[in-house]
Design a protein around this ligand. Structure first.
Ligand code: 4NP
Length: 158
């Protein structure tokens, strides 16, 4: 079986979007009988050590994925060599990652939705200050991104 590259999902706080993206990608791997190194992190460190937002935990659980054990952490410079792909949720995360990427490091940095046909350049909106409906939209977006990313990784077109 081909080895799936390692992937790191990144948002601002690592409590809403990126843990949900990690969950959606793990779910996509499980469904296809694949395994890979997968993690998530935030460009900011304010929520380091915190569990995912309860609204995100609930919606992931409703789709059969338990993310209650995840704990937030900030992006490290070593991540740019430890992961093959780093997926930003939005434009600001992407700019911060590009600014932080050490020269000569190997990770390929892109927006998650760049991997979805017709959604290049789009962001996964931050649901933190909204209601449950925003988290349902986040789940739909990160699932579309995770499935398309895994398609591209398994076809070697990412
Ligand atoms: P996330 O959402 O980046 O999707 O985890 C946020 C979580 C917390 C904050 C902002 C966004 N905050 O400002 O504390």
């Amino acid at each position: 079986m081909t080895k799936i590259p390692s992937v790191l999902f990144v948002c601002l706080g690592n409590i809403c979007r990126s843990p949900m993206a990690e969950a959606a990608f793990r779910h996509a791997l499980d469904t296809r009988g694949l395994t890979a190194l997968v993690d998530s992190a935030g460009t900011g460190g304010w929520h380091a050590g915190d569990a995912p937002d309860p609204r995100g935990i609930r919606i992931a659980a409703a789709h059969g994925v338990d993310i209650s054990d995840l704990r937030a952490r900030q992006v490290h410079s070593s991540d740019f060599n430890d992961f093959d792909y780093i997926l930003a949720m939005d434009e600001q995360n992407l700019a911060n990652l590009r600014a932080a990427q050490p020269a000569g490091s190997s990770a390929k940095v892109s927006r998650l939705l760049d991997h979805v046909d017709g959604r290049q350049g789009q962001s996964v909106a931050d649901p933190y200050y909204g209601g449950e409906a925003g988290f349902a939209q986040t789940w739909a977006d990160v699932t579309a991104g995770a499935e398309a990313l895994l398609d591209a990784l398994t076809n070697d077109t990412a």
